[in-house]
Structures are given as structure tokens and as C-alpha cells.
Design a protein around this ligand. Structure first.
Ligand SMILES: *[C@@H]1O[C@H](CO)[C@@H](O)[C@H](O)[C@H]1NC(C)=O
Ligand SMILES: *[C@@H]1O[C@H](CO)[C@@H](O)[C@H](O)[C@H]1NC(C)=O
Ligand SMILES: *[C@@H]1O[C@H](CO)[C@@H](O)[C@H](O)[C@H]1NC(C)=O
Ligand SMILES: *[C@@H]1O[C@H](CO)[C@@H](O)[C@H](O)[C@H]1NC(C)=O
Length: 363
């Protein structure tokens, strides 16, 4: 599945001429582990990039988030976004220059992994979105013991700045056709497959801090975002591909904004009505909009954007639920899902509405 584009996230008219940009933090992760992070770059030499303006092999850049020992808390916090991506979001969302730079992450760049044995969660972005805008969810899952690989989709994410200096500018049209969505989606599926293979290849993963020459050992795999095969969670995206007819054998959650559910999304209905026997749930988050499922929800609050933008504009983008609350709930349900399907933990969270989270209904 693919999330809708984040274009025109906060469309506003007036520049903030005298707005002072104070430093803020992404919400702190809730788990017991410190989080390390590392940019990991792979090239699929067997695949030509169908979106590249001139012939080149498909290149994939991701951020890895993983548990690290508290000893390494002196490692630097990485910038929230690379410079060109920061400038892109500031300009498309009408944010003052320096806003993104003022955002501090909670992870430690280059800190060694706690263990080379990992339970891996692939995190695939919404169509036309950057891997950076899901850091709040990724850091949280890592703090609870998972390794998260947040993937950029080359020429689909708005700007991908590779470590070797090459830059891929996204070319998803603003009014994208279904056929085009399928084309981007197909490459993402191949990216996911190649990423899994690469993260299981010792000669590639031995560069990740603390991993050592034996490489990572991927024990279990889950996915958030754009998923065909592993157990996974869809955050408010319409589904693409065979799952809309055949369903899945693996456990899967559809987590929709208020009013987006299988009564008005045919792809969700197709998935839901398929004869496949995989465990599934459809959840609805009251007061949420599509962008509520990204960092922009908490950032609206921590950056104080409510004081700068008209209330209707803010609510049209991130809903009425409150971004910090929305992120708390998403973190709880994502962790509970992966704990259930990867760690086989027991719990009642998916039996029905929980009194602690009345905003979540089961459809
Ligand atoms: C992890 O950190 C603790 C202190 O917080 C230290 O005692 C321990 O030796 C560290 N373990 C490793 C493997 O670095
Ligand atoms: C933002 O500010 C930096 C540093 O002051 C400057 O170098 C850069 O050109 C500015 N960018 C824009 C888009 O104004
Ligand atoms: C499902 O979506 C429809 C259409 O937006 C809405 O009328 C309905 O209330 C939703 N169902 C639930 C249980 O939220
Ligand atoms: C919740 O559902 C699980 C099975 O999915 C079951 O084992 C458990 O007893 C249920 N809990 C409650 C409180 O109904």
C-alpha cells in the first residue's frame, strides 16, 4: 500500500518574517533502550532504475534505527533531515528557514548496535514522502528493541541525498494516475526485497557500527507502510497489488483516519473480503487526518504552529485529535502489533476498544 502524497501539507500564504525558531525535540521514545542510528546505502546492480533521467543502477538509501547501549549517549544526535530535504519541506510547507534545523532527534548517530541479532521492521514511506518524516515512530520501535529500516524510495521521495553526494529529485507528479502509482509501487516492492537480502549479507552489514564481520542476523521481519509479504501495518494508505484480491496469510492491520475505512476504500474492502486466513484488524483513529500518521502531527504541537496558522488549516492537515496524543496512540498500537506477531506477546489491545485509548475504534 502507498500513502497519499504529503504535497501542500501546510499551505499558507504569509512568510514568517520575524518568527524566532527555537530548538525543539521530537517526542522522546517510550522504550527502555537508547536508540542508535546509521545511514545505510545499497546499490542493486542487477536493476536499472526505471525512474532515473539517465541510465543508472537502482540505489536505495535508508536510515537504520536500533537499540544501543546507554554507554554511547555521547554520540551526536543526527540532523532531523539532510539539508536539501529540510529546505524542500520548509519551502513546500511555508515554514521559516531554519525550522527543520531546530528539530532535535533522540537517537545517537553511529552508536554501535546492541546486538547483531535483529528483529527487523521495514518502514516504507507514503508516496512522495521522505523517510525522515516517520522518525517519531521509528525511534520508538527501536527503543523497544526492534531494528527499523526507514527507506527512501529513489525518485519517489522528494529528494534523496546519497552519502556520495549524488542527489535524486523525486518525480511523482502532483496529480498521479493509478497506473503511475502502480509503477512506483512495483519498484518499492523490489526495493524491499533487495533491502532484506542486503541486510542479511555479512559483507554489506559489517559496516554498520558494532555489527562485526559476521554481519547482521535478521531473525524476524515486519513491515509498516507498503507491504506484500511480511506481517505488517498500513497507516491510512490505500492498498496496491494482489493483496486487494488475495489478502494475506500473515497478520495485518489497516489503521485509518476517521472516515477512511473499508466502506469507502475499495482496496481495503477487497483485502478484507478476500478468503485468506491471515489475522487482521481494521482500526479507526478518531479526529485523525492522513498526515496525522507522520511526524508532522507532533511537530505541529512542539513547533507551536497552532499559534501561527489558522486553526482550520491545521485541523485540515493533522486533524483535531492533537498530534502528541495521536503519536502516543500510534506508538502503542504499532509496538503491540509487532510484540504480538514477532515476539508472540499476549495482550488484549486488539480485542476491542481499550478504555485508555477511546479514540481507537474497531471496524
Ligand atoms: C552497557 O552499558 C552499561 C552501563 O550503562 C555498561 O555497564 C555495560 O558494560 C555496557 N555493555 C556493553 C556491551 O557495552
Ligand atoms: C537559510 O538560511 C541559511 C543560513 O542563514 C542560508 O545559507 C540559506 O541560503 C537560507 N535559505 C533560504 C531558502 O533562504
Ligand atoms: C466508515 O467511513 C464512513 C465514510 O466516511 C463513515 O460514514 C463511517 O462512519 C465510518 N465507520 C466507522 C465505524 O467509523
Ligand atoms: C483477547 O483475545 C485473545 C485471542 O485473540 C484471547 O486469548 C484473550 O483471552 C482475549 N482477552 C479478553 C480479555 O477477552
Amino acid at each position: 500500500m502507498i500513502l497519499k502524497p504529503l504535497f501542500n501539507l501546510l499551505y499558507l500564504s504569509l512568510p514568517f518574517l520575524h518568527h524566532h525558531v527555537a530548538a525543539v525535540s521530537l517526542p522522546a521514545p517510550s522504550g527502555p533502550n537508547n536508540v542508535g542510528t546509521y545511514n545505510f546505502f545499497i546499490t542493486d546492480n542487477a536493476r536499472n532504475d526505471v525512474f532515473a533521467p539517465t541510465p543508472e543502477s537502482r540505489r536505495i538509501l535508508m536510515t537504520l534505527y536500533y537499540p544501543t547501549n546507554s554507554t554511547y549517549a555521547s554520540f551526536p544526535h543526527p540532523d532531523y533531515m539532510s539539508p536539501m530535504v529540510a529546505a524542500y519541506y520548509e519551502s513546500t510547507e511555508g515554514l521559516p528557514n531554519g525550522t527543520v534545523k531546530s528539530i532535535t532527534t533522540n537517537s545517537y548517530y553511529g552508536a554501535p548496535v546492541k546486538s547483531r541479532n535483529v528483529k527487523l521492521i521495514l518502514f516504507s514511506t507514503g508516496l512522495g514522502a521522505s523517510r525522515y518524516v516517520y522518525a517519531t515512530l521509528a525511534e520508538d520501535l527501536a527503543s523497544h528493541g526492534y531494528m527499523v529500516a526507514a527507506l527512501d524510495a529513489t525518485y519517489d521521495s522528494p529528494i534523496v541525498e546519497f552519502p556520495d553526494g549524488k542527489v535524486a529529485v523525486g518525480n511523482v507528479p502532483e496529480h498521479v494516475t493509478v497506473d503511475a502509482v502502480i509503477k512506483y509501487y512495483n519498484e518499492r516492492v523490489k526495493d524491499a526485497v533487495f533491502t532484506l537480502k542486503s541486510l542479511s549479507t555479512a559483507s554489506l552489514t559489517s559496516v554498520i557500527p558494532g555489527v562485526g564481520e559476521k554481519g547482521l542476523k535478521v531473525e524476524k521481519v515486519g513491515m509498516v507502510g507498503n507491504s506484500q509479504d511480511p506481517r505488517g501495518v498500513d497507516l491510512d494508505g490505500s492498498l496496491v497489488g494482489s493483496v486487494t484480491q488475495n489478502g494475506l496469510k500473515k497478520p495485518f492491520i489497516l489503521f485509518g483516519r476517521e472516515g477512511h475505512n473499508r466502506t469507502n476504500d475499495e482496496t481495503w474492502k477487497g483485502f478484507w473480503d478476500s478468503p485468506s486466513k491471515g489475522w487482521k484488524r481494521e482500526l479507526s483513529l478518531k479526529g485523525a487526518e492522513h498526515v496525522t500518521f507522520t511526524d508532522f502531527a507532533p511537530l505541529v504541537e512542539v513547533l507551536g504552529l497552532k499559534n501561527l496558522f489558522p486553526k482550520e488549516d491545521i485541523e485540515g492537515v493533522v486533524g483535531t485529535i492533537g498530534g502528541l496524543r495521536a503519536m502516543t496512540i500510534q506508538r502503542v498500537y504499532l509496538k503491540a502489533f509487532f510484540d504480538k506477531v514477532i515476539e508472540h506477546c499476549k495482550g488484549n489491545l486488539f480485542n476491542g476498544t481499550d478504555p485508555n485509548y477511546p479514540e481507537v475504534s474497531f471496524i
